[in-house]
Design a protein around this ligand. Sequence first.
Ligand code: CTP
Ligand SMILES: C[C@](O)(CO)[C@H](O)COP(=O)(O)O
Length: 254
Amino acid sequence: MSGARPARKSSGRDGDETLRAFPGRLWCVVPAAGRGTRFGAQRPKQYVALAGKPLLQWTLERLAACERIGGLVVALAGDDAHWPGLRELAGKPVLTTVGADERSGSVLAGLRALPASVGGDDYVLVHDAARPCVRGDDIARLIDRGVAAGGALLAAPLRDTLKRADAQTRVAATESREARWRALTPQLFRRAELMDALERADRDGVAVTDEAMAMELAGHRPLLVEGAESNIKVTTPADLVLAEFLLRGLRAEG
Ligand SMILES: Nc1ccn([C@@H]2O[C@H](COP(=O)(O)OP(=O)(O)OP(=O)(O)O)[C@@H](O)[C@H]2O)c(=O)n1
Ligand SMILES: C[C@](O)(CO)[C@H](O)COP(=O)(O)O
């Protein structure tokens, strides 16, 4: 990413000349306002170098390359000093807004910053900036099955034996892995329903860790759509090594 510019709240007017999002394609909100505490780098992990580019650049490029996505809204930290001022990727508009102290708040800010042309009943995607290895075919399958189901998320079935630990990190119990899945992103919901669910969780003081949790609390039953195990979330430095390996494989696939 070229020279950094401070994050600023984009209004619909900012990208009017490119807001003609590709007809029939969905907008994607990208929460990218985290601090990367568990990663422990000098800069927020979304800006650490990954295969020669900032991690966030990979994620945004992979989303913009997806045929089914028409525009991106990136929620940035108010003091983000690394954002390069992108306004377009692959001919698709890139808008920004200021995120919040929690991921759910950043997602809500992104939903609010979507162009007015995105109606309340329109489906939108939410994808972590920290997941640079997402596959376009997974996104397409999520959209096709999620729209039919009224909302969905990519997920991976738990394949390891699951242990619960006591305070001394010793096995307290072995938990069933039957019907247990790991939630991934993107997650796909109607704009208004998701905003209502997130606002309701916030009012109720419930800390939701993904969009589907907020939707479940609001009475919805999102569909799990199996996604690639390679769609990892970069949380610690060890994940970055794996992400570089996975990206190389994705590039080899073309
Ligand atoms: N207040 C926040 C917190 C997180 N995120 C984003 O949500 C995604 C998943 O969050 P996580 O992996 O937990 O990132 P961090 O919160 O930065 O990591 P940590 O918890 O280690 O600080 C990331 O793309 C992150 O930038 C966000 O937009 N706003
Ligand atoms: C949204 C998510 O990636 C689904 O697994 C996860 O909940 C994010 O958690 P984090 O602690 O904010 O990284």
